[in-house]
Design a protein around this ligand. Structure first.
Ligand SMILES: [Zn+2]
Length: 72
């Protein structure tokens, strides 16, 4: 788990789509939540550089999700 990730930071993660370790980076994206279909703009997420898959939502973005009224 990365503390205080920032936009443009790199991290090594396993991409669930590529099924390999990739050097992912953080960027801002509008994310549509699968459960509620709610779109949350400018969330910091971790993106695979190979297939452009969103690997995970950054811990810092969880506060934004709470503000959007999404409970875990
Ligand atoms: Zn990938």
């Amino acid at each position: 788990m990365i503390a205080n990730a920032r936009i443009g930071d790199f991290a090594v993660n396993e991409c669930p789509r590529c099924r390999k370790l990739v050097r992912s980076h953080y960027e801002l994206r509008s994310v549509r939540l699968a459960r509620t279909q709610l779109v949350v703009p400018d969330l910091m997420v971790d993106v695979c550089p190979t297939c452009d898959h969103m690997i995970s939502i950054a811990p810092e973005a969880l506060a934004q999700l709470r503000e959007a009224g999404v409970s875990k």
